[in-house]
Structures are given as structure tokens and as C-alpha cells.
Design a protein around this ligand. Structure first.
Ligand code: NAD
Length: 260
């Protein structure tokens, strides 16, 4: 039997970890996928790629800015009107933001990062939880399946501060805050059968990383990583699949480190 059997909703799915998560869900048996991204043409391309490799999976590509309340509510409504429910939600969309320590950071750059990485995760998880509260559990007679499972994207920089050679202070603050949101929602909705957890990847080979940090500082991070390499996006994606699946049914409010 396959690991997943409900409906997935993934933000930031046109690239990197989000795209790899869509493929991991498809590989593990998801019935339908709503995939959302700011980049409208790229998300359509990813949708076509998934349909080609997994013709049995229904895919709905959506253009979405996760920092926009109206767009978020309407994306969730579209996914629900198409597929009837949302079982596995991954609030992954995020930006790297300014490589600056506090005294060099413009207020507008601070706000931009917080809008996407924190408010975006809150707005999407709020809409997802409102929907999950309305739906019946996927398997009413088993506590391994609740009303839904949510994974919020944090980072190793949600747990420790950023090094002085990569001083992404707004980014680190936003990711620490995602853990506070995750733990509180986990406590609020546990009794209603909604699981909420966060994932904290180390350094992953995606366009976000290559666009933000040049090779000098990045090599330092690789050198101090015991496994001695960056993660493939697929390795983070499979951990997310674990976190939404019944394999992790007793995990609630966790910040799962996947950091090599
Ligand atoms: P990526 O740049 O490859 O993908 C991010 C995707 O999010 C892009 O497709 C982008 O268009 C989309 N996006 C950006 N802003 C958006 C918005 N406002 N609304 C909707 N979509 C938006 O990056 P990635 O490395 O795959 O990052 C995904 C998540 O993982 C981010 O939250 C990032 O902070 C987190 N993360 C990444 C790393 C890493 O080393 N790459 C490590 C830890 C955590």
C-alpha cells in the first residue's frame, strides 16, 4: 500500500525543495496535488512534468503570492473546490533575503523577508487549518490518520543564529518565528486531529542558495557539516513526506532537523 492517499497542497512548488516535495508526494501515492507558486509559468511547467511521470495523479497549478491574504484564501478555496479536501499541506515558499547584519539592513528588506517567510506561512496555515477543521479524518477509525497534517518550512537558521560571514538576520528571525507559530498551532489543534510540525533543513543545493551566498562562505558551511556536502532537495522532500504521513503519527509540534 502506498504511504500517502489523500490530497496535497504545496507552496513554492515551482523550484527547489517545493518541487522535489511534489514529486516525492506523487512517488508515494498522493491522489491529487495543488501546487502553488509566485512564478505562474514555472508552476505550469512543473504541473506538466508531474502529469507526464505520474499520469494517475491529478495536479492543479496555482499562481499565488503567499504574502497576500486574499490570494491565499482563494488558492485554498480553489484547491478544495477541485479536490474536496486538503490532507497534506506544506508551507514551503520562502526567500533568502538580504545578506546583512542588523546595522546594515534596510527596514524595507527586513519587512520583505518577514512578509514572505513568516506572514506567508501563517496565512497559508490559517487557511489550511480552517479547511481541515471542516473535514472528516481520512481514516475515521485509526488515530494514525487525523484531519490533516501540516509541515511549515523553517531552517537550521530557525534554531541557531546565522554565522557572521552569512549574517542573514531577517531570514534567521523569520525562521525562528516559524517555529513559534508551529508549536503554538500544534498545541491549539492537536485535539481536533490536526498535526503541525516544522522542518529545519541545513544547506540544500537549490537556486535560493546559489543566488544568495557565494562559494567562499558556502564552502565554510559545507566543511563544518559532518556529512561534508549540501543536501539534495529530494532528501529534504522525503523527510517532508515522512512528516505528513502516518509514519510520523505521534509527532506534533516538532522541529525536525535534517542538517547532515
Ligand atoms: P527556491 O528558490 O528554489 O524555491 C522557492 C520557491 O518559492 C520559488 O519557486 C519561488 O518562486 C517561490 N516563492 C518565493 N516567494 C514566493 C511568494 N511570495 N509566494 C509564493 N511563492 C513564492 O528555494 P528553496 O531552497 O527550495 O527554498 C524553499 C524553502 O526552503 C524556503 O522557505 C527556504 O527558506 C527553505 N530552506 C532552504 C534551504 C536551502 O539551503 N536551500 C535551507 C533551509 C530552508
Amino acid at each position: 500500500a502506498s504511504l500517502l492517499k489523500g490530497v496535497g497542497f504545496i507552496t513554492g512548488a515551482a523550484s527547489g525543495i517545493g518541487k522535489a516535495t511534489a514529486f516525492s508526494f506523487a512517488r508515494h501515492g498522493v491522489k491529487a496535488l495543488a501546487i502553488a507558486d509566485l512564478n505562474a509559468s514555472a508552476i505550469k511547467d512543473v504541473s506538466a512534468e508531474i502529469k507526464k511521470s505520474f499520469p494517475q495523479v491529478e495536479v492543479l497549478p496555482l499562481q499565488l503570492n503567499v504574502a497576500d491574504e486574499k490570494q491565499v484564501d482563494s488558492a485554498i478555496a480553489q484547491a478544495v473546490s477541485q479536490f474536496g479536501r486538503i490532507d497534506y499541506a506544506v508551507n514551503n515558499a520562502g526567500i533568502g533575503g538580504a545578506l546583512a547584519q542588523s546595522t546594515d539592513l534596510a527596514a524595507s528588506d527586513w519587512q520583505k523577508v518577514l512578509d514572505v517567510n513568516l506572514s506567508g506561512v501563517w496565512l497559508t496555515s490559517r487557511a489550511e487549518i480552517r479547511q481541515m477543521l471542516k473535514q472528516e479524518p481520512l481514516e475515521p477509525n485509526s488515530h494514525r490518520y487525523g484531519r490533516g497534517a501540516i509541515v511549515n518550512m523553517a531552517s537550521i537558521l530557525g534554531v541557531v543564529g546565522a554565522a557572521s560571514y552569512t549574517p542573514v538576520v531577517a531570514y534567521a528571525a523569520s525562521k525562528h518565528a516559524v517555529l513559534g507559530l508551529t508549536k503554538t498551532d500544534a498545541l491549539s489543534y492537536a485535539k481536533q486531529g490536526i498535526r503541525v510540525n516544522a522542518i529545519c533543513p541545513g544547506y540544500v543545493a537549490t537556486p535560493l542558495l546559489s543566488g544568495e551566498i557565494d562559494l567562499g562562505p558556502l564552502q565554510k558551511e559545507i566543511d563544518r557539516t559532518p556529512l561534508g556536502r549540501l543536501a539534495d532537495p529530494e532528501e529534504i522532500a522525503d523527510s517532508i513526506t515522512f512528516l505528513v504521513s502516518p509514519l510520523s503519527s505521534y509527532m506534533q509540534g516538532a522541529a525536525l532537523l535534517v542538517d547532515g
